[in-house]
Structures are given as C-alpha cells and as structure tokens.
Design a protein around this ligand. Structure first.
Ligand SMILES: [Zn+2]
Length: 318
C-alpha cells in the first residue's frame, strides 16, 4: 500500500510567496507550491513509479493499492481512519505500507521513519482558597501548590530512551491563574502540558506515572487533579527487518546514501495504518514544509520516483 494525504496547511500571507502557492510554478528547476513536499510531490512520485513499474513488468504478483486521503493536517477524523475502516469492511488486507511523508532533514536519502512517539496532552489543576493577599493564613494560594507539582512532574526524566527512540519528554506549554488583581490570592491555578513518549510506555502507563508523581509531591496537602485530553496518538515501532532493509536498500541504490532509521518528529497517519500492517515512511526533504515558498527540486521528484520504483521491483522480485 502506498499512502499519502492531499490536504495541505494554509499558505498564510500569499503576498509573502515569491510564486503563487497554488500555481505549481517551475522556476530554475524548482517547483513552488503549498504541498510540494508535504505531500503532493510524493503522491505524484508514487503514481509515476507504479505506472512505470506496470509498463515495464506487467501485472505484479500481488496487488498495489493507494491510500490517498485528506484530513491529515487537521483532526484526522475524515481521512485515513475512515478509509481504512471502509477497506477493512470490504475484506481488504494489506501486507506492507509506505507512507510518503517528507522524512529527510536535508537531502533525499537521509532518513526513513520506522515509528513515531506517542503524544498526550494534560491539564494540571490545583485548587486553593481565595483570599486577601495580606492575610495569607486565611487563604490557600494554589500558585505554591502548582509550582511544587510542576517541579515534581519535571524533576526526573521519564526514561532514558530505548533502542529506537529518544527519551520521552514532558513540556509545560502554559501556566494560567487568570488573576488580574494584585491583592487577591487566586482560587485556582492551571498548567497545560504535552508528553511525547516512547515505546517504554503505553498511554495509560504514562498517565499513571504522572498521577503518581503528582500524588507523592502533593502529599495530601495540595488539592490537585489532572485532566487528560482524548488522544489517538499512540507510540508505534515497525521493527527493523526484511521490509525496512528492502526500502533502505532501494534508497541507497538510487541516492548512494544509507538512510538513518528514525522515530523522531511529529505524528502522522502511520499511527492509524500500523493497526493494519507494518508501515514505514519515506518521502521528500522536509526543510520547506508548512513554510512560505514551500518548494521541491524537480530532480528530487525524479529521484524519489526512481526510489519508489526500485522498491516495487525489489518487493515483487522483478
Ligand atoms: Zn504531511
């Protein structure tokens, strides 16, 4: 299965672009446009590779499918999830998937993604008692409590990483009291945080770990709670093996470079595909994704097409 999304992020201020964001202008061998690398470019390469492969080798021993979706850059409700469900209801089964997200930090051949971290968002709330700032004994300042609990949650690393993943990480993204006055001790304090976690944890395990740290730090003195946002971003890993070797070998053959196997970066629709078959990601270089003047050298499209074609040849043994 060759997968990709056709939706794109907005262009932002179109006057900041040197070429119109939806014209696909070719200038000096470079194609400009929103989605050039993330990721209409890779979809075009996959289509071209399959057409070339069928023309040269005839009907494959097996089948080739495209999972071309939308709603990837947003909440991911009306895209890959629904399409995979529809395919499963029809009895479709998939052996392997290559998702064409732009995976290379600098140049084609740098990096294959073989997994992604999980992501969880939470809100830590500490309840206090409102009162006069000059009479703290009559109040209970939740700012003291939330500072203690935030320190506790951040104090220790969540782990030291694993064979294929960086250490899990927690970042506080906002701390809010919302108090506009100078002489009131507020009633409540909140802090938002995000956790990117590796394959040493499952989603519920991360939650339990945070709850335990908060409970220990609170020690019955601080009134606290953590509310977790719903999440569909679980950690996954496609273990290195014959399929990863096949793709890495094809990349090396065309580019002369040995791609790094990585689980870094943000999330992708691979998190849904992994429930159906092993999935890895390889696409274009990603320096300009989501930026003004998103662009791709036409030569990279030709090379990526050659890589996908080589993958098909290796996969079907032709
Ligand atoms: Zn993308």
């Amino acid at each position: 299965m060759l997968a990709g999304h056709t939706d794109v992020v907005p262009p932002g201020d179109e006057s900041a672009w040197t070429h119109p964001p939806f014209a696909a202008d070719l200038a000096d061998g470079v194609i400009y446009g929103r989605g050039a690398v993330d990721m209409k470019g890779a979809i075009a390469c996959k289509l071209a590779a399959v057409l070339d492969h069928l023309a040269a080798s005839g009907k494959p021993k097996g089948s080739i499918s495209f999972l071309i979706t939308g709603d990837e850059e947003d909440v991911a409700v009306n895209g890959t999830v629904k399409l995979l469900k529809w395919a499963a209801a029809r009895g479709e089964k998939f052996d392997h998937c290559i998702l064409g997200e732009p995976t290379n930090p600098d140049a084609l051949g740098d990096m294959i993604k073989i997994g992604r971290r999980g992501s969880l968002n939470g809100t830590l709330t500490v309840e206090g008692t409102q009162g006069h700032v000059a009479y703290p004994a009559l109040a209970d300042n939740p700012v003291r409590g939330i500072v203690a609990l935030m320190s506790a949650l951040m104090a220790e690393p969540l782990d030291r990483g694993s064979a294929h993943f960086d250490p899990s990480n927690l970042e506080f993204t906002s701390v809010d009291v919302g108090n506009k006055t100078v002489n009131i001790i507020p009633r409540e304090a909140r802090a938002r945080f995000n956790i990117r976690y590796n394959d040493r944890h499952a989603r519920d395990g991360v939650k339990a770990l945070m709850q335990a740290r908060a409970a220990t730090a609170a020690g019955g003195r601080i009134r606290w709670s953590i509310a977790w946002d719903p999440s569909n971003v679980d950690v996954f890993l496609t273990k290195p093996g014959p399929f990863v070797d096949l793709v890495a070998g094809a990349v090396a053959e065309v580019t002369g470079r040995k791609p790094q196997l990585s689980t870094s970066g943000g999330t992708s629709d691979a998190r849904f595909i992994k429930d159906h078959c092993p999935v890895i990601e390889f696409g274009l270089a990603n320096q300009t994704m989501h930026k003004v003047d998103e662009r791709v050298p036409a030569a990279d499209l030709v090379a990526l097409t050659a890589i996908y074609r080589r993958i098909l040849e290796r996969y079907f043994g032709t």
